[in-house]
Design a protein around this ligand. Structure first.
Ligand SMILES: NC(=O)c1ccc[n+]([C@@H]2O[C@H](COP(=O)([O-])OP(=O)(O)OC[C@H]3O[C@@H](n4cnc5c(N)ncnc54)[C@H](OP(=O)(O)O)[C@@H]3O)[C@@H](O)[C@H]2O)c1
Length: 484
């Protein structure tokens, strides 16, 4: 495996800890090595030391580190300079010979998105992208393009060197256990599928709330904003996993065909800020009892920035299963707490026979898939309270990973996805046509928001539930967001 950008944040926080986790679980192939390639003057020993620190921070301990570290090496260079690829090729040849590794290469692009295309081209020109004796796979991080046009251009650039079945566009949400469990729940249990439609489901809420701000990523975020950073990829993927029809097989073709069909069913894009869309930017506030600055006071953010840090949109799917069922998507930074969940709100029972119950608040059954921080599934049900009267109240039936499987924390999403790449399984990676459809939905919203600069930013306090306009979006439909 070659990691481009091995000196960066993603490599230390996710890639190396995930690979180390696979190593400790003995899931890596028998013969392997990792070559880090990045700007900088590290040698391999310095890289190994840096990565050890990263693993200790991330995994708590680096037991059995030495056998892992022996397979890590580093080449300093410029990924845009053709000459440096000769150095890289020599290092790849050295480790392949030293560890008797077959001629299989996985290139992970953990570099700024502007380099995805140029690196692919240079891999092609250097001869590293082809082999008669083994496979070549390219892992591309998000964001994949900044809009439909640039995503298409990037795709064409990559496809001049790599075929679609060699390209793995990563969205780490799809590596999460609960996301895959949504599929298992729906398609391995007979009780869910019959009610998974407009006859029984009132609406769906998909929430990806973060309590962190933008930290030191202002330059990236100012150009990207919340729609491109979160909605175009993570939220639309969660929408697809929630709404897909049963695929015939759990494989790259079947599953991804169905997810594309979900996006195809979005015929109306909610651009209207007074209707199906709401946006926001955080002001100063309190998160976990700590006072934090507003977005415009973060390092390198212009004092009059109009970049949105919150988005809520209402989508409907024009197909038999979901006609008239709204899917409400919301995501934001500096919200009350970190929470990622998909909540399926069922319709109320058509008739309540219990005396008095009809006058009280109507019970709504909600099935919640919580992806983070506490991965699990929860169903609210109506139950009779103990006592002489038949009084109904809501109770919860819970499934938590930690309890059910005795694991404190589910494995890292990146670990599973990297393993899938090694095994040549593209099921949980975004296909080019899916990316294209996703931009087709997001582009008009981005354009409308750009054409109507907000006059009320910042409009939600850090540590809050989001801007009032998001509540209004729900109120218009007679609904409310679940509390964070
Ligand atoms: N960090 C995350 O949590 C995260 C999550 C999802 C997706 N991603 C994506 O993953 C990619 C990497 O993100 P990151 O946060 O790790 O970025 P980063 O911290 O900026 O790391 C990028 C690394 O690439 C190096 N680099 C840049 N240009 C280079 C060149 N021409 N030749 C050689 N090395 C070069 C940088 O070195 P210098 O700094 O010395 O230039 C740096 O070490 C981005 O596309 C990002 O959008 C990141």
């Amino acid at each position: 495996m070659v990691i481009f950008g091995a000196g960066g944040d993603l490599t230390r926080r996710e890639l190396i800890p995930s690979l180390f986790e696979l190593h400790r679980k003995q899931l890596l192939p028998e013969r392997w090595a990792i070559v880090g390639f990045s700007h900088g003057s590290w040698n391999s020993t310095m890289f190994q030391e840096e990565m050890r620190r990263a693993v200790e921070e991330s995994c708590g301990s680096a037991a059995s580190w030495d056998s892992f570290a022996a397979r890590l090496s580093f080449i300093g260079g410029d990924a845009t300079s053709g000459d440096d690829y000769a150095l890289l090729a020599a290092e790849i040849a050295r480790v392949q010979a030293a560890f008797a590794i077959p001629d299989n290469l996985m290139f992970h692009l953990a570099v700024p998105a502007s380099l995805f295309g140029p690196i692919a081209e240079r891999l092609g020109a250097s001869g590293l992208a082809t082999s008669e004796h083994g496979w070549r796979r390219l892992v591309v991080e998000k964001p994949f393009g900044a809009d439909r046009e640039s995503a298409r251009a990037l795709d064409q650039q990559l496809r001049r060197v790599f075929a679609e079945d060699q390209i793995y566009r990563i969205d780490h949400f799809l590596g999460k256990e609960t996301v895959q469990n949504m599929l298992a729940f729906r398609f391995a249990n007979p009780s869910f599928e019959p009610v998974w439609n407009r006859n029984y489901i009132d609406h769906v809420q998909i929430t990806v709330a973060e309590d962190i701000g933008i930290g030191t990523r202002a330059n990236f975020y100012e150009q990207t904003g919340i729609l491109r950073d979160m909605v175009q990829n993570h939220l639309l993927q969660l929408l697809c996993i929630t709404a897909i029809d049963p695929p015939v097989h759990f494989d790259g073709a079947s599953l991804r065909n169905e997810t594309v069909k979900v996006l195809e069913a979005v015929s109306v894009v909610p651009v209207d800020l007074g209707g199906g869309a709401a946006r926001g930017q955080y002001a100063a506030g309190q998160v976990d009892g700590v006072t934090v600055p507003g977005y415009r006071d973060e390092a390198d953010v212009p004092a009059d920035s109009t970049t949105a840090t919150f988005a809520a949109i209402k989508l409907t799917l024009d197909n038999w299963r979901w006609a008239d069922v709204p899917f409400y998507l919301r995501t934001g930074k500096r919200m009350a707490r970190k929470l990622t969940e998909v909540a399926i709100h069922f319709k109320p029972t058509p008739h309540l026979m219990f005396p008095g119950a009809a006058d009280g608040p109507r019970h709504r059954s909600v099935l919640v898939f919580e992806l983070q921080p506490d991965e699990g599934i929860e169903q609210t049900l109506a139950a009779k309270e103990p006592g002489p009267d038949l009084t109904l109240s809501s109770v919860k039936m819970k499934f938590r990973y930690a309890e059910a499987f005795g694991v404190e924390e589910p494995p890292r999403a990146y670990a599973w996805l990297l393993l899938d790449v090694m095994q040549g399984d593209q099921t949980l990676f975004a296909r080019a046509d899916w990316i294209d459809k996703a931009w087709q939905i997001i582009d008009p919203i981005v354009e409308r928001w750009a054409s109507e600069p907000p006059s009320n930013f910042p409009n939600y306090a850090a540590g809050s539930q989001g801007p009032p306009s998001a509540d209004e979006l729900m109120r218009r439909d007679g609904r409310r967001w679940r509390d964070l």
